[in-house]
Design a binder for this molecule. Structure first.
Ligand code: HEM
Ligand code: HEM
Length: 176
Protein backbone atom coordinates (compact mmCIF):
# COMPACT_ATOMS: atom_id res chain seq x y z
CA UNK A 1 0.00 0.00 0.00
CA UNK A 2 1.26 3.51 -0.81
CA UNK A 3 2.54 5.22 2.30
CA UNK A 4 2.90 8.80 1.12
CA UNK A 5 0.34 10.75 3.12
CA UNK A 6 1.78 12.89 5.89
CA UNK A 7 -1.39 13.86 7.72
CA UNK A 8 -5.11 13.04 8.04
CA UNK A 9 -7.57 14.85 5.80
CA UNK A 10 -10.84 16.26 7.17
CA UNK A 11 -12.88 13.22 6.07
CA UNK A 12 -10.42 10.82 7.74
CA UNK A 13 -10.57 12.77 10.99
CA UNK A 14 -14.37 12.93 10.98
CA UNK A 15 -14.54 9.20 10.14
CA UNK A 16 -12.06 8.33 12.89
CA UNK A 17 -13.80 10.22 15.69
CA UNK A 18 -17.43 9.47 14.74
CA UNK A 19 -16.80 5.73 14.40
CA UNK A 20 -14.48 5.73 17.47
CA UNK A 21 -17.23 7.23 19.68
CA UNK A 22 -19.84 4.77 18.39
CA UNK A 23 -17.49 1.77 18.80
CA UNK A 24 -16.48 2.73 22.35
CA UNK A 25 -20.20 2.94 23.22
CA UNK A 26 -20.82 -0.44 21.57
CA UNK A 27 -17.92 -2.17 23.32
CA UNK A 28 -19.07 -0.76 26.67
CA UNK A 29 -22.74 -1.65 26.15
CA UNK A 30 -21.72 -5.10 24.82
CA UNK A 31 -19.69 -5.74 27.96
CA UNK A 32 -22.56 -4.50 30.13
CA UNK A 33 -24.94 -6.89 28.33
CA UNK A 34 -22.51 -9.73 28.84
CA UNK A 35 -21.43 -9.12 32.42
CA UNK A 36 -23.56 -6.55 34.28
CA UNK A 37 -27.17 -6.38 33.16
CA UNK A 38 -29.69 -9.10 33.95
CA UNK A 39 -33.24 -10.03 32.88
CA UNK A 40 -35.58 -7.28 31.70
CA UNK A 41 -32.90 -4.57 32.03
CA UNK A 42 -31.12 -6.09 29.03
CA UNK A 43 -33.80 -5.54 26.37
CA UNK A 44 -33.63 -1.72 25.97
CA UNK A 45 -29.81 -1.70 26.01
CA UNK A 46 -29.69 -4.57 23.51
CA UNK A 47 -32.11 -2.74 21.20
CA UNK A 48 -29.99 0.45 21.18
CA UNK A 49 -26.80 -1.64 20.85
CA UNK A 50 -28.20 -3.35 17.76
CA UNK A 51 -29.45 -0.11 16.16
CA UNK A 52 -26.16 1.74 16.73
CA UNK A 53 -24.29 -1.36 15.55
CA UNK A 54 -26.32 -1.27 12.34
CA UNK A 55 -25.30 2.36 11.84
CA UNK A 56 -21.65 1.32 12.26
CA UNK A 57 -22.13 -1.36 9.62
CA UNK A 58 -22.70 1.46 7.11
CA UNK A 59 -20.49 4.22 8.54
CA UNK A 60 -17.67 1.82 9.45
CA UNK A 61 -17.59 0.15 6.05
CA UNK A 62 -17.38 3.58 4.43
CA UNK A 63 -14.64 4.56 6.90
CA UNK A 64 -12.55 1.45 6.12
CA UNK A 65 -13.04 1.85 2.35
CA UNK A 66 -11.90 5.50 2.62
CA UNK A 67 -8.74 4.45 4.50
CA UNK A 68 -7.95 1.75 1.92
CA UNK A 69 -8.52 4.23 -0.93
CA UNK A 70 -6.36 6.94 0.68
CA UNK A 71 -3.63 4.60 1.95
CA UNK A 72 -2.08 4.77 5.41
CA UNK A 73 -0.51 7.93 6.78
CA UNK A 74 3.27 7.70 7.30
CA UNK A 75 4.19 7.39 11.00
CA UNK A 76 6.21 10.11 12.70
CA UNK A 77 8.74 7.69 14.21
CA UNK A 78 10.51 4.64 12.85
CA UNK A 79 11.09 1.73 15.20
CA UNK A 80 9.33 -1.42 16.44
CA UNK A 81 6.48 0.72 17.78
CA UNK A 82 5.61 1.71 14.24
CA UNK A 83 4.93 -1.92 13.38
CA UNK A 84 2.88 -2.39 16.55
CA UNK A 85 0.85 0.74 15.83
CA UNK A 86 0.27 -0.31 12.23
CA UNK A 87 -0.94 -3.77 13.27
CA UNK A 88 -3.19 -2.20 15.89
CA UNK A 89 -4.73 -0.04 13.14
CA UNK A 90 -5.23 -3.09 10.92
CA UNK A 91 -6.90 -5.04 13.76
CA UNK A 92 -9.17 -2.08 14.56
CA UNK A 93 -10.13 -1.66 10.89
CA UNK A 94 -10.93 -5.38 10.61
CA UNK A 95 -12.97 -5.17 13.82
CA UNK A 96 -14.95 -2.17 12.55
CA UNK A 97 -16.34 -4.44 9.79
CA UNK A 98 -16.35 -7.86 11.49
CA UNK A 99 -18.21 -6.70 14.62
CA UNK A 100 -21.36 -5.29 12.98
CA UNK A 101 -21.47 -8.05 10.34
CA UNK A 102 -21.20 -10.82 12.98
CA UNK A 103 -23.77 -8.99 15.14
CA UNK A 104 -26.28 -8.84 12.29
CA UNK A 105 -25.64 -12.47 11.29
CA UNK A 106 -25.96 -13.64 14.91
CA UNK A 107 -29.27 -11.81 15.38
CA UNK A 108 -30.68 -12.77 11.99
CA UNK A 109 -29.95 -16.51 12.33
CA UNK A 110 -31.05 -16.40 15.95
CA UNK A 111 -34.47 -15.42 14.58
CA UNK A 112 -34.30 -11.95 16.20
CA UNK A 113 -35.33 -8.77 14.40
CA UNK A 114 -33.14 -5.66 14.32
CA UNK A 115 -34.95 -2.35 14.78
CA UNK A 116 -33.43 0.97 13.76
CA UNK A 117 -34.81 3.60 16.18
CA UNK A 118 -38.40 3.00 15.01
CA UNK A 119 -37.56 3.97 11.42
CA UNK A 120 -37.42 0.44 10.03
CA UNK A 121 -36.98 -3.13 11.22
CA UNK A 122 -35.00 -5.96 9.66
CA UNK A 123 -37.06 -9.05 10.47
CA UNK A 124 -35.41 -12.08 12.05
CA UNK A 125 -34.51 -14.92 9.68
CA UNK A 126 -34.73 -18.68 10.12
CA UNK A 127 -33.22 -20.01 13.35
CA UNK A 128 -30.00 -21.77 12.37
CA UNK A 129 -28.23 -22.52 15.61
CA UNK A 130 -24.80 -23.35 14.20
CA UNK A 131 -24.52 -20.06 12.25
CA UNK A 132 -25.93 -18.14 15.22
CA UNK A 133 -23.31 -19.67 17.52
CA UNK A 134 -20.33 -19.20 15.19
CA UNK A 135 -21.27 -15.54 14.64
CA UNK A 136 -21.86 -15.09 18.38
CA UNK A 137 -18.45 -16.54 19.24
CA UNK A 138 -16.76 -14.38 16.61
CA UNK A 139 -18.59 -11.32 18.00
CA UNK A 140 -17.47 -12.08 21.57
CA UNK A 141 -13.84 -12.95 20.70
CA UNK A 142 -13.34 -10.06 18.29
CA UNK A 143 -14.94 -7.76 20.88
CA UNK A 144 -12.30 -8.75 23.45
CA UNK A 145 -9.50 -8.41 20.87
CA UNK A 146 -10.75 -4.91 20.00
CA UNK A 147 -10.87 -3.85 23.64
CA UNK A 148 -7.27 -5.00 24.26
CA UNK A 149 -6.06 -3.38 21.02
CA UNK A 150 -7.92 -0.17 21.78
CA UNK A 151 -6.25 0.12 25.19
CA UNK A 152 -2.82 -0.10 23.52
CA UNK A 153 -3.97 2.33 20.81
CA UNK A 154 -5.10 4.97 23.32
CA UNK A 155 -2.02 4.47 25.53
CA UNK A 156 0.12 4.90 22.40
CA UNK A 157 -1.67 8.14 21.50
CA UNK A 158 -1.17 9.48 25.04
CA UNK A 159 2.50 8.42 25.02
CA UNK A 160 3.14 10.27 21.76
CA UNK A 161 1.39 13.37 23.04
CA UNK A 162 2.75 13.51 26.60
CA UNK A 163 6.17 11.81 26.48
CA UNK A 164 7.33 12.21 22.86
CA UNK A 165 5.52 15.54 22.48
CA UNK A 166 5.10 14.90 18.74
CA UNK A 167 2.16 15.65 16.41
CA UNK A 168 0.62 12.13 16.30
CA UNK A 169 -2.51 13.11 18.24
CA UNK A 170 -2.55 16.67 16.90
CA UNK A 171 -2.76 15.58 13.27
CA UNK A 172 -5.77 13.40 14.10
CA UNK A 173 -7.57 16.41 15.62
CA UNK A 174 -6.63 18.77 12.79
CA UNK A 175 -4.04 20.79 14.73
CA UNK A 176 -0.99 19.70 12.73
C1 HEM B 1 -19.06 -2.23 15.76
C2 HEM B 1 -20.16 -2.84 16.11
C3 HEM B 1 -20.33 -3.65 17.37
C4 HEM B 1 -19.50 -3.80 18.46
C5 HEM B 1 -18.14 -3.16 18.73
C6 HEM B 1 -20.18 -4.72 19.37
C7 HEM B 1 -19.66 -5.17 20.58
C8 HEM B 1 -20.23 -6.14 21.38
C9 HEM B 1 -19.61 -6.75 22.53
C10 HEM B 1 -18.20 -6.40 23.08
C11 HEM B 1 -20.49 -7.65 23.04
C12 HEM B 1 -20.27 -8.57 24.26
C13 HEM B 1 -19.88 -9.93 23.72
C14 HEM B 1 -19.50 -10.92 24.79
O1 HEM B 1 -18.46 -10.71 25.43
O2 HEM B 1 -20.20 -11.92 24.95
C15 HEM B 1 -21.67 -7.62 22.21
C16 HEM B 1 -22.80 -8.40 22.42
C17 HEM B 1 -23.88 -8.42 21.57
N1 HEM B 1 -24.02 -7.71 20.40
FE1 HEM B 1 -22.70 -6.42 19.62
N2 HEM B 1 -21.37 -5.11 18.81
C18 HEM B 1 -21.50 -4.47 17.59
C19 HEM B 1 -22.54 -4.58 16.69
C20 HEM B 1 -23.67 -5.35 16.89
C21 HEM B 1 -24.77 -5.49 15.95
C22 HEM B 1 -24.86 -4.79 14.58
C23 HEM B 1 -25.66 -6.34 16.51
C24 HEM B 1 -26.98 -6.84 15.97
C25 HEM B 1 -27.67 -6.23 15.08
C26 HEM B 1 -25.13 -6.74 17.80
C27 HEM B 1 -25.77 -7.60 18.65
C28 HEM B 1 -25.25 -8.06 19.84
C29 HEM B 1 -25.94 -8.99 20.70
C30 HEM B 1 -27.32 -9.61 20.45
C31 HEM B 1 -25.08 -9.24 21.79
C32 HEM B 1 -25.33 -10.17 22.97
C33 HEM B 1 -26.10 -9.38 23.98
C34 HEM B 1 -26.55 -10.22 25.16
O3 HEM B 1 -25.69 -10.79 25.85
O4 HEM B 1 -27.75 -10.28 25.33
N3 HEM B 1 -23.92 -6.12 18.00
N4 HEM B 1 -21.48 -6.71 21.20
C1 HEM C 1 -10.04 8.09 22.80
C2 HEM C 1 -9.89 7.21 21.86
C3 HEM C 1 -8.91 7.31 20.71
C4 HEM C 1 -7.78 8.10 20.53
C5 HEM C 1 -7.19 9.10 21.51
C6 HEM C 1 -7.25 7.79 19.22
C7 HEM C 1 -6.15 8.40 18.66
C8 HEM C 1 -5.65 8.13 17.41
C9 HEM C 1 -4.53 8.79 16.79
C10 HEM C 1 -3.71 9.90 17.44
C11 HEM C 1 -4.33 8.25 15.57
C12 HEM C 1 -3.23 8.61 14.55
C13 HEM C 1 -2.13 7.59 14.65
C14 HEM C 1 -0.99 7.81 13.67
O1 HEM C 1 -1.00 8.79 12.95
O2 HEM C 1 -0.09 6.94 13.60
C15 HEM C 1 -5.33 7.23 15.38
C16 HEM C 1 -5.46 6.45 14.25
C17 HEM C 1 -6.35 5.41 14.13
N1 HEM C 1 -7.32 5.05 15.04
FE1 HEM C 1 -7.67 5.92 16.83
N2 HEM C 1 -8.03 6.81 18.64
C18 HEM C 1 -9.05 6.51 19.51
C19 HEM C 1 -10.05 5.61 19.31
C20 HEM C 1 -10.12 4.74 18.24
C21 HEM C 1 -11.13 3.72 18.05
C22 HEM C 1 -12.29 3.43 19.03
C23 HEM C 1 -10.85 3.08 16.88
C24 HEM C 1 -11.57 1.94 16.18
C25 HEM C 1 -12.30 1.09 16.69
C26 HEM C 1 -9.67 3.71 16.31
C27 HEM C 1 -9.08 3.34 15.12
C28 HEM C 1 -8.01 3.97 14.55
C29 HEM C 1 -7.44 3.59 13.26
C30 HEM C 1 -7.90 2.42 12.38
C31 HEM C 1 -6.40 4.50 13.00
C32 HEM C 1 -5.49 4.52 11.74
C33 HEM C 1 -5.85 5.68 10.87
C34 HEM C 1 -7.28 5.65 10.39
O3 HEM C 1 -7.64 4.76 9.61
O4 HEM C 1 -8.06 6.50 10.85
N3 HEM C 1 -9.26 4.71 17.16
N4 HEM C 1 -6.12 7.17 16.51
Amino acid sequence: MANQLTTYDRVSRLNHWVVACLIIGLLASGLALDMVLEGAAKAPVRNVHKAVGLAVLVLGTWRVVWRLMQGFVAPLQHDWQVKAAHWAHVILLVGIVVMPVSGVVMSYFGGHSIGFFGLFTIPGGPKIVVINEIAGTLHAVMGKVMIATLLLHVLGAIKHHVLDKDDTLKRMIGRA
